[in-house]
Ligand binder design. Structure first.
Ligand SMILES: Nc1ncnc2c1ncn2[C@@H]1O[C@H](COP(=O)(O)OP(=O)(O)O)[C@@H](O)[C@H]1O
Ligand SMILES: [Mg+2]
Length: 256
């Protein structure tokens, strides 16, 4: 049942305990919301899971295998991927080529066989094109396939980020505010895509500040505060939990 397991994960930035013994499990096949006040450590936890940061302490397991401290490409190869802001993309590379690039599991090997020009390499390339087109169609990106990422809307960038992640055939997606700065129509569309992906068996952990959206999309919600797990449950139960309300209020007060 458990697909992702986080046990006592800690990470210090100098004297700051960004993560302070965070522990929770994510159930396979669910769309789970990860919420908590600003600075709670949600993004830092994603960075630890996806291999960008090595935790100071604790253990992370995916599909029953330890992935703590593995480099990002190994984590991705295990079937777990997070989306990245497209700021990390290549400005002179088309939307379609971005998808193709992410579908290359072994770029070294494919470049070599591409040079040799084997029939197998051509078949692989054609399969990759088919896969990228299927993703373009499902995310309705047809009109922008030849655009550079700098020339597409914020919402389309978010869809492209999801599309790139899908090119790796993930079992699980980690999404860090995939609707931030997106217009309301496209927010709902992205929400529908996430529900459809869940129906196809992809497990999703979603960081999002829009509470009505979390309520609509998520089977269950996990709350983090001060670098640690605080609560989990159905959205309505979480929303009426006074400890959770106080955690949010505490941040509002200290910001005021
Ligand atoms: N690279 C970093 N260097 C130093 N401090 C950081 C770094 N990244 C995050 N932090 C700090 O760690 C804490 C958790 O941040 P973050 O994970 O971004 O929270 P959230 O995503 O829940 O808003 C915050 O206090 C933040 O300022
Ligand atoms: Mg964050």
């Amino acid at each position: 049942m458990t697909l992702l397991s986080i046990k006592n994960v800690s990470l210090n930035f100098g004297g700051l305990k960004a993560l302070n013994g965070a522990s929770f499990d994510v159930t396979r096949g669910t769309l789970t919301g990860l919420i908590g006040p600003n600075g709670a450590g949600k993004t830092t936890l994603f960075n630890c899971i996806s291999g960008l940061y090595r935790p100071t302490d604790g253990a992370i397991a995916f599909a029953g295998k330890a992935i703590t401290g593995l480099p990002p490409e190994k984590v991705t190869a295990s079937g777990l991927i997070r989306t990245f802001q497209l700021a990390r993309g290549f400005p002179r590379m088309s939307v379609f080529d971005h998808l193709l690039l992410y579908g290359q599991h072994q770029p070294g090997e494919s470049i070599l066989s591409g040079l040799i020009g084997s029939a197998a390499a051509r078949r692989r390339e054609s399969a990759l094109h088919d896969k990228a087109w299927a993703i373009v169609k499902r995310l309705k990106l047809e009109r922008i396939v030849n655009h550079f990422p700098g020339n597409v809307s914020g919402g389309q960038k978010k869809l492209l980020e999801i599309g790139r992640a899908l090119m790796t055939d993930p079992q699980m997606l980690l999404l860090d505010e995939p609707m931030a700065g997106v217009n309301p129509t496209l927010v709902n569309e992205i929400g529908d895509h996430l529900l459809a992906l869940k129906e196809e068996g992809i497990t999703i952990l979603l960081i999002e500040h829009d509470m009505p959206l979390i309520r609509r999309l998520c089977d269950e919600v996990i709350v983090m505060a001060e670098g640690a797990f605080m609560a989990r449950g159905k959205f309505d139960d979480i929303a009426s939990d006074t400890r959770v309300q106080e955690a949010y209020l505490g941040v509002t007060r200290s910001c005021a």
